[in-house]
Write a protein that binds this ligand. Structure first.
Ligand SMILES: Nc1ncnc2c1ncn2[C@@H]1O[C@H](COP(=O)(O)OP(=O)(O)OP(=O)(O)O)[C@@H](O)[C@H]1O
Length: 217
């Protein structure tokens, strides 16, 4: 289970300090899919980075299946990111020098948990069979998106974070991609948190959280 208690996070900007998260608490159970909504600039991406161990908190704590993430050293945080968290962010961060097959297996291989049968199943379900030997730059945006999703779940993460994963896809493709993410998250038992601006997509999740004025409204 993912649990966050009273997270606070701000930034120093040229105009002074801004407090983006002002005490955010939430819980996501294993196998549960939760939508995170909120106006542009409300801090959704900041929260995802804090939960994904990609940024430090100013205060509060995040616990992932019994492990407290704050207070860990950088090496331990990197290990948790690699082994226990899958992310699909707007910048997909596929590795340009690796082909699709290698990108899909990359994180799982690093963790020493490569399951070839599962990667093959993901490849088929994501419709990537014919692209396995291609490099990211040779794929369309939607195809790259599917590789990023495959890579994020290849490790069967305990926490799956997606920041507008269908944002630049046409509506029909977006629906299919969302269906797949929901199925994969439920099957692997991941706690799944997804930022979306689409009310329709938010309604497909088990529950919705709305971020407003730095807190869950
Ligand atoms: N590294 C940073 N330094 C300074 N300010 C930042 C930084 N990252 C984000 N911000 C500010 O923090 C606020 C929240 O940004 P964030 O990206 O979390 O919002 P968001 O809800 O994800 O927005 P959107 O829906 O537009 O993607 C914004 O005012 C943004 O300008």
């Amino acid at each position: 289970m993912l649990s966050a208690t009273d997270i606070r996070k701000g930034y120093a900007t040229r105009e002074g300090r801004i407090d983006v998260l002002r005490g955010v608490s939430l819980e996501v159970q294993p196998g549960e899919a939760v939508a995170l909504t909120g106006e542009s600039g409300s801090g959704k991406s900041t929260l995802m980075h804090c939960l994904g161990c990609l940024d430090s908190l100013d205060a509060g704590d995040v616990t992932l299946a019994g492990t407290r993430l704050d207070g860990l050293g950088e090496a331990e945080r990197a290990e948790i990111r690699r082994d226990r968290i899958g992310v699909v962010f707007q910048s997909l961060n596929l590795i340009p020098s690796l082909d699709v097959r290698q990108n899909l297996a990359f994180q799982a291989r690093l963790s020493g948990r490569l399951d070839i049968a599962w990667i093959e199943e993901l490849t088929a379900r994501l419709g990537l069979e014919e692209y396995l030997d291609r490099y990211p730059e040779e794929l369309s945006g939607g195809q790259q998106q599917r590789v990023a999703i495959g890579r994020a779940v290849a490790n069967r993460p305990e926490l799956l974070l997606a920041d507008e994963p269908t944002g630049n896809l046409d509506e029909e493709t977006a629906e299919r991609v969302l269906d797949l993410m929901l199925d994969l998250a439920r099957e692997t038992g991941a706690a799944f948190l997804m930022v979306t601006h689409s009310e329709r997509h938010a309604a497909r999740m088990d529950r919705q959280l709305h971020l407003e004025r730095g807190r869950i409204a």
